[in-house]
Design a protein around this ligand. Structure first.
Ligand SMILES: NC(=O)c1ccc[n+]([C@@H]2O[C@H](COP(=O)([O-])OP(=O)(O)OC[C@H]3O[C@@H](n4cnc5c(N)ncnc54)[C@H](OP(=O)(O)O)[C@@H]3O)[C@@H](O)[C@H]2O)c1
Length: 269
């Protein structure tokens, strides 16, 4: 397989999916702009990229700040040429139940996930349109398709990302700028390491990133994976809401009960 882009910017490149994508794209000889807040982590990823045959530029920034992203993209383009592909992968989110619901936390999640992607896309799009060449890739989630307990803010931010990608894709059709929305299921990364529930069809990060790289190379419009979880979700979406609600809430109250039981038995010890 050939990867069609040379100059690639990845947000959220300091760990998990972003780190692994950078290392895999290095093997295709890509020049990589690595964005995230933690500079030391990015420097570590840059060394891995260089060991794998790529070129890396560390661009510490907070994706919620448009000016920081724009400066980073300008620096990267000056050093390595115009950006061919932006992978907006930076993300955050944790489970919050209704009792501990906090609008400020939801605002933070929406800012990083949705507006972080929007900032990265809009900072790159003028140059891409000028050259009639480019590829915008948003890393959303299969969580974007249906609401699950304690997942409201994260799932809503991911649904908004998916719809945003779809709007841009239709608008930019024929302009030479492609848009891909990646919707993964569960992948083993620092984000999921703290999950205390079963994660069906969990993928290792190297396997997941090989699939993502292939989907980007094929310029897929939307890539939902793994297929097993995507099919379960499709069935869920076609299920009458009263059945869906009953099944999902009984599963979640079972999980909550077993977590409470585990917590009690740990306290007793
Ligand atoms: N793991 C999964 O199962 C899964 C499934 C579906 C979708 N996803 C999505 O995949 C993406 C990557 O997640 P991951 O699993 O690789 O998690 P991760 O290891 O926690 O990585 C998250 C990345 O986002 C960066 N980030 C967070 N807030 C940021 C900010 N304000 N500005 C700049 N960078 C920021 C983090 O870097 P710093 O902390 O250094 O800034 C880190 O590099 C996320 O969008 C996530 O929602 C993950």
């Amino acid at each position: 397989m050939k990867f069609p882009h040379q100059v690639v910017l990845i947000t959220g490149a300091s760990s998990g999916i972003g780190e692994e994508l950078a290392v895999q794209l290095a093997a295709f000889g890509c020049k990589l702009g690595l964005m995230a807040r933690r500079k030391e982590k990015l420097e570590h990823v840059a060394r891995l990229v260089e060991d794998a045959g790529g070129v890396a530029m560390v661009l510490p920034c907070d994706v919620t700040d448009f000016d920081q992203i724009q400066d980073g993209i300008n620096q990267f383009a000056e050093a390595h040429g115009p950006v061919d592909c932006v992978v907006a992968n930076a993300g955050t989110g944790q489970q919050v139940d209704a009792l501990n619901f906090d609008a400020a936390e939801t605002a933070r999640v929406v800012n990083v996930n949705l507006l972080g992607m929007v900032n990265a896309f809009y900072a790159a799009v003028p140059q891409m349109l000028e050259r009639s060449h480019g590829h915008l890739v948003g890393v959303a989630s299969l969580a974007s398709y249906q609401g699950m307990p304690q997942d409201a803010g994260y799932a809503a931010s991911k649904a908004a990302m998916r719809i945003h990608c779809e709007s841009m894709r239709t608008e930019l059709r024929g302009s030479g700028v492609d848009v891909t929305c990646i919707c993964p299921g569960f992948i083993r990364t620092p984000m999921t390491d703290t999950n205390d529930f079963d994660m069906p069809f969990l993928l290792e990060v190297d396997d997941a990133c090989r699939r993502i790289v292939r989907a980007v190379a094929m310029r897929k419009r939307v890539y939902n994976f793994p297929w097993q979880l995507w099919w379960l979700i499709k069935i869920g979406m076609r299920t009458p809401r009263w059945i869906y609600d009953a099944v999902i809430s009984s599963q979640s109250s079972k999980t909550a009960k077993s977590t409470r039981k585990q917590a009690r038995s740990t306290e007793d010890k």
